[in-house]
Design a protein around this ligand. Structure first.
Ligand SMILES: Nc1ncnc2c1ncn2[C@@H]1O[C@H](COP(=O)(O)OP(=O)(O)OP(=O)(O)O)[C@@H](O)[C@H]1O
Length: 240
């Protein structure tokens, strides 16, 4: 089976306060066609790792061995929308890939349909909601037939309906044998979708296993709340 192998990745930034180790010798593997949730508190190294997997940043040491190029859905999906409308935005990728006019049109229609944006194909892209912008970013990747899709904090600022739409899309991508990586601290929203669960803490990989195994760990030591212990009565509905 094809894999993405994250092999001894270390990333050190030189800052005015000295060297900052963002990732410390992180290794694990991701199977093609699986859903992986990478959890960790703010600053644990999730985004840096994602940028390295997607080839946007180089590690200080270590290597990524991947069977395919990865597409990234940013938390601030605004920054990755270049077209005036979803239709235009989605067309850039397949055009760059030198597809014929008909192939581009088919790829655009098909991707709009898959992410549930067909009705907003010609809507001004800047007026889409946060969740719609993320779905548009995914449509761009589908149109380019990228087999690996990484979501950075896909639930940030989304309401219940928005979260359900993102997760329906993740399930659909999984059904199409895409490889999905979700970086989040909101485990209660997605762990049930995960084939694999990885936890980063202060740049170290501290857990790598199934979601079930992960929930048996003492997650609090990594500043993560165990979602299974979270709520059973009204008094629990406060984060202290
Ligand atoms: N360009 C940079 N220069 C210096 N330090 C950096 C740089 N990029 C990231 N870092 C540091 O690396 C660490 C990991 O950052 P990263 O953005 O990966 O965290 P994260 O887990 O994605 O957090 P969040 O959930 O807040 O997005 C942080 O301490 C951050 O300050």
């Amino acid at each position: 089976m094809n894999k993405i192998a994250i092999d001894g990745i270390t990333k050190i930034y030189a800052t005015s306060e000295g060297n900052k180790t963002a990732l410390n010798n992180v290794s694990f593997q991701i199977d093609e066609g699986s859903v992986t949730v990478i959890g960790g508190e703010n600053g644990s190294g999730k985004s840096v790792l994602m940028n390295i997997i997607a080839g946007l940043e180089k590690p200080t040491s270590g290597k990524i061995h991947s069977f395919a190029k990865a597409g990234l859905v940013f938390q601030e999906a605004d920054t990755q929308i270049l077209g005036e409308t979803p239709r235009e935005d989605i067309s850039f990728g397949p055009k760059n890939q030198k597809k014929s006019k008909i192939q581009v049109e088919q790829a655009v229609e098909n991707s709009l349909e898959q992410v549930g944006l067909a009705k907003k194909a010609d809507y001004p892209a800047r007026f889409l909601s946060g969740g719609e912008k993320r779905r548009l970013a995914v449509a761009c990747m589908l149109a380019m037939e990228l087999p690996v899709i990484i979501f950075d904090e896909p639930y940030a600022n989304l309401d219940y309906g928005g979260v359900k739409q993102v997760n329906a899309l993740v399930k659909r991508l999984h059904g199409q044998k895409k490889t999905v990586i979700i970086l989040t601290h909101e485990l209660e929203k997605c762990l049930g979708l995960a084939d694999k669960f990885v936890v980063l803490f202060r740049g170290d990989k501290v857990f790598d296993g199934t979601a079930q195994e992960g929930l048996l760990q003492n997650l609090e030591q990594w500043n993560i709340r165990n979602p299974l212990n979270a709520y059973s009565k009204v008094e629990d509905l406060v984060w202290l």
